[in-house]
Ligand binder design. Structure first.
Ligand SMILES: [Zn+2]
Length: 232
C-alpha cells in the first residue's frame, strides 16, 4: 500500500531548489497541507492546488515551515473567495504563537483562518509533542494520521527520533506505520542524525526528508522521499 503523501519540497531550510519540506496528505476525504514554508506557496500556485487544501497542519514556526502561510491565506481569501481555512496547531504553545504571528501579519486572523487544536478538527489527526527538541525556544509537534488500514507519522524538524518511536507497544498498536522523518547526514542538535533512525528500520516503514540526497553518505540505509513522494 502506498501512503497518500505527496511532498511539495523535501529540502533543508535554505535549499530553494529542492524546496522547503512540506507535504500534502489525503486523509478521510480531506487534503491536509503540512507546513507552508517560503517556497511552498509558489508551488501550490504552479500545481493549481491553492483551492484544493482543506486544512493546514503547522509543525513549528521557522520560515521554511511557515514563511508563505500568509500569502496562501490572502490568496484563498481575496482571489479564491474561500471561507477561513482550519490551521491545526498541535499544542497550546504552538497555537498561541501561530495566532500571534498571523495577527501581526494579517490583523483579523478569523477572516482568513480558524486556528484549531487537532481534536477540534478531526479525531483521526493527532499531535505528538516534540517541543524544544528542534531548538530550545521553539514549540513544535509531529502529526499522526490514523485510520483502520494505516497510520502516518510526520515528524517535523527534530534533533532526534520522535520520542514516541521508542515505545515498542505504541508502534505495535499503530501498524502499519509509515514514518516521514526529518534527517541529517552530519551531527547537529537540530535535525535527526541518520544513524539514529536505524533502530526503527525493521519496525516501521520509514523515509527521510529535509535533506539533499547528494549529501547522503554511501552507508545511508534510510530511503529518502525525493525519489518516491516528490510531486512532479
Ligand atoms: Zn525546517
Amino acid at each position: 500500500m502506498t501512503p497518500p503523501v505527496r511532498f511539495l519540497g523535501a529540502g533543508g531550510a535554505h535549499d530553494v531548489t529542492l524546496g522547503n519540506s512540506a507535504a500534502l496528505i489525503e486523509w478521510e476525504d480531506k487534503t491536509f497541507l503540512i507546513d507552508c514554508g517560503f517556497t511552498v506557496y509558489p508551488r501550490l500556485v504552479e500545481y493549481r492546488l491553492v483551492e484544493k487544501i482543506d486544512a493546514i497542519c503547522i509543525t513549528h514556526l521557522h520560515d521554511d515551515h511557515i514563511g508563505s502561510l500568509s500569502a496562501l491565506l490572502y490568496h484563498r481569501h481575496f482571489l479564491s473567495k474561500l471561507p477561513p481555512i482550519p490551521i491545526i496547531a498541535g499544542s497550546a504553545e504552538l497555537f498561541a504563537k501561530i495566532y500571534t504571528y498571523l495577527h501581526f501579519l494579517m490583523g483579523e486572523v478569523e477572516k482568513f483562518a480558524q486556528v484549531l487544536y487537532p481534536s477540534e478538527f478531526a479525531s483521526h489527526v493527532l499531535a505528538i509533542p516534540t517541543a524544544r527538541l528542534h531548538v530550545a525556544h521553539m514549540p513544535s509537534c509531529a502529526y499522526l494520521f490514523t485510520s483502520k488500514s494505516m497510520n502516518i507519522l510526520y515528524s517535523g524538524d527534530i534533533g532526534e527520533p520522535v520520542p514516541i518511536l521508542h515505545d515498542a507497544a505504541w508502534i505495535a498498536a499503530h501498524q502499519p506505520l509509515y514514518v516521514f522523518h526529518d534527517i541529517a547526514f552530519h551531527h547537529t542538535p537540530t535535525h535527526c542524525y541518520y544513524q539514529a533512525l536505524y533502530p526503527f528500520l525493521g519496525q516501521v516503514r520509514l523515509w527521510g526528508y529535509h535533506c539533499n540526497p547528494q549529501d547522503a553518505p554511501h552507508d545511508n540505509k534510510i530511503p529518502l522521499v525525493h525519489d518516491t513522494f516528490l510531486l512532479k
